[in-house]
Design a binder for this molecule. Structure first.
Ligand code: FES
Ligand code: FES
Length: 158
């Protein structure tokens, strides 16, 4: 067991956990941040995606000890003062979900993409989202939502 100080969604939290405990378990089971989902547990589906220092990472494959020095952002941390992030809003507007199980991971991957590539091509969108699996097959609407979020951010910057 080790004691870790984590920066989660801008809040410093203290957790005691085995060094190799997945960040996903820490978030869900110790911090009650259940928006991040457990899918495969093997780094293959993207349901557990969170941001570490702005980069999309699979929290099921990230030990808590490796996350202790990073700024961690989960789906719960994207909204500000009751206003959804542009990516969250675009997913709603495009109805880019069916069961919703993959959605938080999709939104985190899209957020990471747009932070580095604000105006991505369709190829870049598909490339960045490729590791996120949607069993409901909502891929066309997901791509449309990412396009919409990029346009919204572009308009907002003008
Ligand atoms: S649960 Fe982490 S990639 Fe599937
Ligand atoms: S909306 Fe059901 S898995 Fe993607």
């Amino acid at each position: 067991m080790g004691d870790y100080v984590l920066d989660v969604n801008g809040t410093v939290v203290h957790v005691t956990a085995p060094a190799d405990e997945p960040l996903l378990s820490v978030l869900r089971d110790r911090l009650n941040l259940t928006g991040t989902k457990y899918g495969c547990g093997e780094g293959q589906c993207g349901a557990c995606t969170v941001l570490l220092n702005g980069v999309a990472m699979r929290s099921c494959r990230t030990p808590v000890s490796a996350a202790a020095t990073a700024k961690i952002v989960t789906i719960e941390g994207l909204e500000r003062h009751g206003v959804l992030s542009p990516v969250q809003q675009a997913f709603l507007d495009e109805e880019a979900l069916q069961c919703g199980y993959c959605t938080s991971g999709m939104i985190m991957s899209a957020t990471s993409l747009l932070s580095k590539t604000p105006n991505p091509t369709d190829e870049q969108i598909v490339g960045a989202m490729n590791g996120n699996v949607c069993r409901c097959g909502t891929y066309p609407r997901i791509v449309e939502a990412v396009r919409r979020a990029a346009h919204a951010a572009e308009k907002g910057a003008q």
